[in-house]
Design a protein around this ligand. Sequence first.
Ligand code: FES
Length: 103
Amino acid sequence: MSNWTDVAAEADLFEGAGIAVEPEGQDIVLFSVDGEVFATDNQCTHGLAKLCDGFVEGPYVECPFHQGRFDVRTGACVGGPVTEPVKSWPVKVEGGRVWLDLD
Ligand code: FES
């Protein structure tokens, strides 16, 4: 089963920073990388920092607290003190809107 939910306008996204969305009470951040949209949990797996406040470079986001790095395409941790990936959410872009499968 899937639960595709409209969370944002594609035009609201931009490269170099994440934007937070909260569909159905979830805390998720959207990233635009080379014209593709990706979504992960917004909460860092190392502490209480939000990845929407992180520094984005290419497909990587660096946590603003201790510089843990995640690959926004997969949620994998790729550097710093983080040891657990962030959850990655399925994304589709249709009709100028960004949709997440919240199942
Ligand atoms: Fe994100 Fe420590 S809270 S790296």
